[in-house]
Design a protein. Structure first.
Length: 430
């Protein structure tokens, strides 16, 4: 979607890698043409970063990477082909930071509790700037992106995703954004971040690290920083007015100009509004941005409209947390017709997970009489609302095939690991 500036364009010497990471070279090594942390993706000339994983350390794959043609291995071990460092994770941050410093264009960093990838895509595609594909929003993904970024690009857009304390500071050090965009603030990754207060403190670190600061009006209510600009619907310094919401598109006005988006929902709308605000802040003409947004392409599972088995599916199941569920249901409340709301589990919400799921259940029941809860919390949600609660995806699909009628809308929302998009399979074969 925006890879015109991100093909491999440089080679870095092992001595330079050792210099910026305070490492030691163990020959034989070669100049690196790319960077990866996945040994399965090593190609001749790759620098392989041997990072600790949840189950196994990357150092276990160092020899396999070298046999596959790796130019060097960044590792805490001493062996031929290595650039040996004390801490590979810290060395990766230093390497990514050094690569970022070689880029002279404007860097926009996008953070927040929900809507990050949609907003990153809208800004990147709207301004015609490169960005990492998908949600490569951690230190390895960012370092790889800056390695591949062509130096003549006017700017770049990166997403900063966090799930532990201290991570935002690390990512801001690596990416050094000129302009920080904060999409939303709410409960997310509480198993790693602990409390909502921690979420707010961590996420707002992006704005504190950025010379130019932009936040949604929702996030701005929880932020106290000087010079903060805001964007929102009928509110903020940059505002969308005269909204026209439908199941297949969105229209609104910005500074008196009509804006069209080929997606429904408040997520794409706010992402596009952020893109227009960024354009204003960095001095990019609006007309080309508006034209590009009319052809916006979002990744799988983000307000994705599909026709199957006579039904209209709105697949919003790439990820889910309380804020994104609320945004999706609020949009659906504006639509006419029969709506099936199929809600799966929201993961990583910690000790308050049940309470968040019951709150989402009550909200869903207020939007539509036709609600199906799936998974771990489904029995409690069904008991709370009097709606349908099912344990498995197979049961949910069977229920929909029995009860949904031609022309009905089916909205899917759950955390990515639930795999709720499996409900989309097998409809056209009826």
């Amino acid at each position: 979607m925006h890879d015109v500036h991100i093909t491999p364009v440089r080679e870095i010497s092992p001595d330079w890698v050792a210099q910026v990471t305070q490492g030691r070279v163990h020959p034989p090594v070669k100049p690196a043409l790319d960077l990866t942390w996945d040994s399965r993706k090593v190609k001749p000339g790759s620098a392989f970063i041997a990072l600790p994983g949840t189950k196994v350390h990357g150092r276990e794959f160092a020899q396999a990477a070298l046999q596959a043609g790796a130019a060097l291995v960044l590792t805490d071990q001493a062996h031929p082909g290595a650039v040996q460092v004390a801490d590979p994770a810290r060395a990766l941050l230093e390497l990514g930071h050094a690569l970022r410093k070689e880029f002279s264009g404007t860097v926009v960093g996008v953070g927040g509790s929900s809507g990050k990838t949609t907003t990153k895509e809208a800004i990147a595609q709207g301004l015609g700037w490169p960005a990492p594909e998908g949600n490569l929003n951690n230190a390895p993904g960012l370092a790889q992106f800056f390695f591949r970024l062509q130096p003549h690009a006017p700017g770049a857009v990166v997403e900063l995703g966090i799930d532990r304390l201290g991570e935002m500071a690390e990512l801001c050090y690596l990416a050094e954004p000129h302009l920080g965009v904060l999409t939303t603030l709410g409960a997310e990754h509480l198993e790693g971040l602990g409390t909502l207060e921690n979420v707010i403190r961590e996420e707002t670190g992006l704005l504190a690290s950025s010379p130019v600061r932009l936040a949604s009006t929702q996030a701005a209510e929880l932020v106290n920083l000087p010079g903060l600009k805001t964007y929102g619907i009928e509110a903020g310094d940059f505002r969308a007015t005269d909204l026209e919401l439908s199941l297949d598109s969105t229209r609104f006005r910005f500074n008196g100009q009509r804006v069209y988006l080929p997606y429904p929902g408040f997520g794409p709308l706010l992402g596009a509004l952020a893109a227009l605000a960024v354009a204003e802040l960095v001095g990019v003409a609006l007309d080309p941005v508006i034209e590009r947004l009319a052809h916006l392409q979002l990744p799988f599972g983000r307000m994705e409209r599909l026709h199957k088995g006579g039904l209209i599916f709105l697949n919003d199941a790439y990820n889910s947390n309380p804020l994104s569920v609320r945004a999706g249901l609020e949009f659906l409340s504006h639509l006419p017709g029969r709506k099936w709301l199929v809600l799966g589990e929201m993961r990583e919400l910690g000790e308050e997970s049940l309470a968040y799921h019951l709150e989402a259940a009550r909200l869903a029941a207020s939007v539509s009489p036709d609600v199906v809860f799936v998974g771990k919390y489904a029995p409690a949600q069904a008991a709370e609302t009097g709606k349908v609660g099912l344990e498995t995806l197979e049961e949910a699909k069977a229920y929909l095939k029995t009860h949904a009628q031609a022309g009905d809308l089916v909205y899917l929302k759950a955390s990515r690991s639930i795999g709720l998009e499996q409900l989309l399979e097998g409809w056209d074969a009826q």
